[in-house]
Design a protein around this ligand. Structure first.
Ligand SMILES: [Zn+2]
Length: 65
């Protein structure tokens, strides 16, 4: 059974703050397709996170069952 939700996809994104190298949890942000301003909770600097459309479409050809 494949269960793929938007939340899970976001949490899988491997990303770290480009400034302090701190792992960022995207669950706290409302990511949208395109550019997202992410403020690092550790160093308080802001950077732009690009989100591809395919990453935000949770169900990719499969329906929730
Ligand atoms: Zn940082």
């Amino acid at each position: 059974m494949k269960k793929k939700t938007l939340e899970q996809v976001i949490q899988k994104l491997p990303y770290r703050c480009p400034y302090c190298d701190q792992p960022i949890s995207y669950g706290q942000f409302n990511l949208k397709v395109g550019e997202n301003a992410i403020k690092c909770p550790s160093c308080k600097k802001t950077y732009i996170k690009l989100v591809a459309p395919s990453l935000t479409e949770g169900d990719h050809g499969s329906r929730r069952q």
